[in-house]
Design a protein around this ligand. Sequence first.
Ligand SMILES: NC(=O)c1ccc[n+]([C@@H]2O[C@H](COP(=O)([O-])OP(=O)(O)OC[C@H]3O[C@@H](n4cnc5c(N)ncnc54)[C@H](O)[C@@H]3O)[C@@H](O)[C@H]2O)c1
Length: 265
Amino acid sequence: MSIRQSGLEGKVAIVTGAARGLGAAVAAALVASGVRVMLTDVLVQEGEATAARLPGCAFQKHDVTSESDWQAVIEKTLANLGGLDIIVNNAGVESMSLFADCELSEFKRIQSVNVDGTFLGIKWGIRAMRPNGGAGKGGSIVNLSSVAGLVGVPGLGAYCTAKGGVRLMTKAAAIECARLGYGIRVNSIHPAIIKTQMGIDVVNSCVDIGLAENQQGAEAVMAGLHPMGYGEPSDVANAVCYLASSAAKWVTGAELALDGGLTAC
Ligand SMILES: NC(=O)c1ccc[n+]([C@@H]2O[C@H](COP(=O)([O-])OP(=O)(O)OC[C@H]3O[C@@H](n4cnc5c(N)ncnc54)[C@H](O)[C@@H]3O)[C@@H](O)[C@H]2O)c1
């Protein structure tokens, strides 16, 4: 179930990693609240198909680790959708490995997409949305961190490092934008497991790296971490709509755990 959030009508958003999973759900919820969305992803066919199902939307191929791709996406959004008010830095990658087995190249790949990608989204988002920027009306940036950016998780060392970085990058950007009077709010959200492709992969990988004996054991351990059960994509989509809306006009630098109680104990 998706909540239609007021005050979003007529706004323009960029949602990265929107071909599938949480990004696609976020894009759909924003559209339902009257937002025109530029969906971006490295998955072109899936991204175009997702965008085609959403009225008033466009798709742009976009690797979030590429600065020139970011510039092109911002330019196309301003030119084709007529402004920019919301950026959702959703694109992310995860892989499970024990610290002792993690290749440096894989550690760096996880940082690159999750941390560099979010940094570039914040950088080019601020340039466009601050006063005298190409859009110039302020706005809201929402960064997808994770419960793995709040607490340590076995087998997710590289991902915890990256998502912890996203958490504090969010706060640094929030306070900078507030002090400089940009009218740009920056917040992070921290989901626990939601059974998208990424969520399914996490559970399956527990067996591969020896954290569970078999699939059933992995499922039992993961399910047991979630006092209210697993989340749904709409839980994330509703939170993004709230943080993007004027209902959250006094909320910046906040970290919103969406975890069914996982980090409450
Ligand atoms: N699903 C979960 O359980 C969960 C929990 C906490 C946080 N998250 C975070 O939520 C976000 C979305 O995750 P999801 O579950 O939808 O995962 P997903 O794997 O289903 O989707 C991620 C999307 O990001 C895209 N992507 C990957 N690398 C990219 C790049 N370099 N440039 C542009 N796009 C790229 C992928 O193509 C894919 O479409 C991620 O940041 C993830 O870390 C997910």
